[in-house]
Every structure is written in C-alpha cells, then in structure tokens.
Design a protein around this ligand. Structure first.
Ligand code: NAP
Length: 254
C-alpha cells in the first residue's frame, strides 16, 4: 500500500535525477501532486509520463526569475506548494595537483546558489501563508573535509550553514526546514568520484528513508547513521583528533 503524506503539493528540483526522481514517484503514489523541475530533457518528460500526479515545470535552477515564475505557475495550477525539495546538484572531482577552478565554481553555483534560488522562489508565499516545508539536499560530505572532495564538500558545507541560518530565522514563522544529508547513493552524480565508496545505498532506499522521516519535519535527516555519527564526531573533536580519525578511517577502509 502506498505511503500517505501530509503535503498536497510538492515541488522537487533535480526531479529528472535518481534520488529526487524516486522521491517524486513515491510522493505521487501517495496522492501528492508533484511539480517536477530540472532542465527540459527526455528523462524529465518520461517521469511525468509515468504518473498522472507528476507535472513537469522545466527550469534551470541557476535562473532565479525562471524559478519564481515556476513557483507562481505551480501555485496557480496545482495549488499552494506545501513542500519544496531543493535537490538539483552535481559532483566534480577535486585534485590538488590540477585544481579545476571552473568546475569548483560550477559546483558552488549549482549546489549552493541553485538551492538559494529555489528557496527564494517559495519563501515569500510560505511566509505569507505561515505554512510550508523546505527540504535542502545536503550530503554527509558537508560535515567535514575529505580528500578529493574540496569542491563538493565545500558546497554541501555551505548548504548545512544555510539550513542552520534558515532554521533560526524561520522559528515561529510556520515554515519548517529540513536538512537532508545522505551518504553514498548509487547514482550518476558520483560516477567520477575516485575514492573508495563505503556504505553505498540505492536511490530507491535513499528516497524511502528520506520520505519515512520527512513528514515528521525533523531539522535533520542524516544516514547511514554510523557514517553520520563518525563524521559528526570527527567534526566536533579538536582539529588534530578529527583529522587523525579521518586518516585512520581511510587507512583501515581504503
Ligand atoms: N548520489 C549521492 O551519492 C548523493 C549523496 C548525498 C547527497 N546527494 C545529493 O542529492 C541530490 C540528488 O543527487 P542524485 O545523485 O540523485 O543526482 P543526479 O541523479 O545526478 O541528478 C541531479 C539532478 O540535478 C539536476 N540539475 C543539474 N543541473 C541543473 C540545473 N542547472 N537546473 C536544474 N536542474 C539541474 C539534473 O537535471 P538536468 O541535468 O537534466 O537539468 C538532475 O535532475 C544532489 O543535491 C546531491 O548532491 C547525492
């Protein structure tokens, strides 16, 4: 039996991708009207063709005006947006011997500014209605630095900080915020990651875990729990101990 959700209308960016596409399907199965955003592509159109509850609103998340127009259209056509999932994102490898400054900039633009553009498109209406739920896709790699992750990790650390600020500012506004930080998920996004991948999960399992917790409106959803605890502990330790923990993990696990 399909899960039931507390939202009537959900807007998802990155919906043509693996994790957010699966979230769109699950929400649609649960009766939620899903507005699916990514740049126009066959993958996005295929997603909409799968389910009567999924409608595409193609847009580039780097274009704040296009996102504002999409948010207004969704509100008019599907109803007030109760949930937004800012999921569009990318990974670029980071090599200290040949730093790809352009790739770093693209990663920061999409993973940080793209998220902010999405939030900015829904916030005025949510604040006016005193209701709404914003989910930001972070990553466990945002909690602490990691070899090979200088760009992606920095962008996700920025998302974590953004979520912390929004959580403080949205207090008592009626608008909720959730930071979603999964570990490795088996998707195209991290295909160019050169390190060893640990505790890898499928996009289906990832989407299921997110949607199991998200209705409770927690501030944070971070998993796998053992990896989240390890990285948060490394972060909380004095710097030298945190770095020793990470080096020890890499030595032991590859
Ligand atoms: N995979 C992992 O291991 C993992 C782990 C933790 C967190 N995450 C995060 O989870 C989110 C989804 O990851 P995923 O693995 O499912 O990625 P994915 O399959 O590669 O999907 C990425 C999505 O972002 C969209 N996108 C990229 N550039 C865009 C733009 N300029 N405007 C609009 N949409 C754009 C893509 O659509 P188009 O390119 O067609 O526009 C696609 O829908 C990301 O934020 C990622 O950082 C992933």
């Amino acid at each position: 039996m399909a899960d039931k959700y507390p939202w009537k209308v959900a807007w998802i960016t990155g919906a043509s991708g693996a994790i957010c596409g699966e979230m769109a399907r699950r929400l649609a199965d649960g009766g939620v009207k899903v507005a699916a955003t990514a740049r126009l592509s066959e993958a996005l159109e295929r997603l909409a063709a799968e389910h009567a509850n999924i409608t595409v609103y193609p847009a580039d998340v780097l274009d704040p005006e296009a996102l504002k127009e999409s948010a207004a259209r969704i509100g008019g056509e599907l109803g007030a947006i109760d949930l937004v999932v800012a999921g569009a994102g990318m990974y670029e490898p980071f090599d200290i011997n040949d730093v790809d400054v352009a790739g770093f900039g693209k990663t920061m633009d999409l993973n940080v500014t793209g998220v902010m553009n999405t939030v900015a498109a829904v916030l005025p209406t949510m604040l006016a209605r005193r209701s709404g739920h914003i989910a930001l896709m972070g990553s466990l790699f945002g909690y602490t630095g990691w070899p090979g992750n200088g760009g992606y990790g920095a962008s996700k650390a920025a998302v974590i900080n953004l979520a912390e600020s929004l959580k403080l500012e949205l207090h008592k506004t009626g608008v909720d915020i959730t930071l979603v930080s999964p570990g490795f998920v088996d998707t195209q996004l991290n295909a160019s990651y050169e390190g060893k991948k640990h505790f890898v999960m499928s996009p289906q399992r990832c989407a299921k875990k997110i949607l199991k917790s998200l209705p409770g409106k927690p501030y944070e959803i971070a998993f796998p729990i053992q990896v989240a605890l390890f990285l948060k502990t490394a972060r909380a330790m004095p710097n030298a101990i945190g770095r020793a923990m990470i080096r020890g993990f890499i030595k032991a696990m590859g």
